[in-house]
Write a new protein. Structure first.
Length: 291
C-alpha cells in the first residue's frame, strides 16, 4: 500500500507525461551546437539526470498541491481515495516526502545548469502556490497553470542547450497553447465533481456554448503554432504535414464539442489532447534529428 499511495501522491501518469515532454526536448536541444557541445552530441548521463530530477520536481509539486487541497480532495469522488484525504498518509509525511523530492530534484537539475534549476523551482512555486489556490477563485487559474504546465519542454531544452532561443520558445509555445483545450476538455468532463470542491476551471465557469467557443478558438490558434518548427526552418515538411493533420483532427473534436455541448464530445477532445502532444513532439524530434 505504501508504494500505491506514493504513486497517487506524485500523480504518476501526469508525472510521466511531464518527464516524457522534457526528455524529448532535451534530445532536440542536444542537437543544437553551442560552445560546450559544438558537435551536437547527446550526453546520456545528463539525460538520465533530467529524467530523475524532472520526476522528483514534478512529484514534489504534485505533493504540495495535494497537501494544500486535502480537504477539497475529500469532497470529490475522483480524488477522495488519495492518500491524504483518505487518511492513509499525514500532512507531515507528505510534506517531508515532497520537500525531499523537491530538494534532490532541484539539485540534480541545477547540476545540469543554473537556468534549468531556476526554471524548475519556478515551476513548483507557480503550480503549487499560485495555480492551486486560484482554482477556487477564478477561471484565470487555467492561464496561470498553463505556464508551469508548458515549462517541462523548455526545461528539457535548456538542460541540453542552456539558452532560451527561438527553438526553446517554440517547444514552450506549442505546449502552452495545447494546455487550454486540454484543461478545458478535462474540466468539462469533470465539472460536476469540480463544483463539489468549488473549482472554477471552465472559461465561463459553466458547460455552456461560450466555454466551448473559447475552447475552439484556442484549438484553432494551435494550428499555426504547431507549424512554427516548419515555418522557421527547424523542421521539414514531414513534421509540418503530421502536425497539420493532427491539429485539424484536434480542431474537429473542439468543433464537435462546440456543436454538441455534451460530455461525450468533451471526452473525445480530452483523449485527442493526450494523443496530440506526444505525436507532435516526437515528429519534431525525428524530423529535427534527420535534418
Amino acid at each position: 500500500m505504501i508504494w500505491k499511495d506514493l504513486i497517487k501522491l506524485v500523480k504518476l501518469r501526469l508525472t510521466f507525461l511531464v518527464v516524457f515532454s522534457a526528455s524529448i526536448s532535451y534530445l532536440i536541444g542536444s542537437q543544437v551546437p553551442f560552445k560546450d557541445n559544438p558537435l551536437g552530441v547527446i550526453n546520456w548521463i545528463n539525460w538520465a539526470k533530467l529524467i530523475i530530477g524532472g520526476f522528483l520536481i514534478t512529484g514534489a509539486a504534485n505533493g504540495f498541491n495535494e497537501i494544500i487541497e486535502k480537504d477539497l480532495d475529500r469532497l470529490m469522488s475522483r480524488t477522495s481515495d488519495r492518500p491524504l484525504p483518505s487518511g492513509r498518509m499525514t500532512n507531515g509525511q507528505a510534506l517531508v516526502l515532497s520537500l525531499l523530492m523537491g530538494i534532490f530534484g532541484t539539485y540534480l537539475l541545477g547540476s545540469l545548469n543554473l537556468l534549468t534549476g531556476f526554471l524548475s523551482v519556478f515551476a513548483i512555486i507557480l503550480y503549487a502556490f499560485a495555480y492551486t489556490p486560484l482554482k477556487q477563485k477564478s477561471p484565470i487559474s487555467v492561464f496561470v497553470g498553463a505556464i508551469p504546465g508548458a515549462l517541462p519542454p523548455l526545461i528539457g531544452y535548456v538542460a541540453a542547450h542552456p539558452k532560451i532561443d527561438q527553438i526553446a520558445l517554440i517547444v514552450f509555445g506549442i505546449q502552452f497553447i495545447w494546455q487550454f483545450p486540454h484543461f478545458w476538455a478535462i474540466a468539462w468532463v469533470l465539472d460536476d465533481d469540480y463544483k463539489l470542491a468549488g473549482f472554477r476551471l471552465l472559461p465561463t465557469g459553466h458547460r455552456d456554448r461560450f466555454s466551448a467557443i473559447i475552447t475552439f478558438v484556442f484549438t484553432l490558434v494551435l494550428v499555426p503554432v504547431s507549424l512554427l518548427p516548419t515555418i522557421y526552418g527547424y523542421g521539414g515538411y514531414f513534421v509540418g504535414g503530421v502536425s497539420l493533420i493532427f491539429s485539424i483532427i484536434f480542431l474537429y473534436q473542439a468543433f464537435n464539442l462546440m456543436r454538441k455541448l455534451d460530455i461525450k464530445a468533451a471526452k473525445q477532445l480530452m483523449f485527442g489532447s493526450f494523443l496530440y502532444l506526444p505525436v507532435v513532439q516526437l515528429m519534431f524530434l525525428f524530423d529535427f534529428i534527420g535534418k
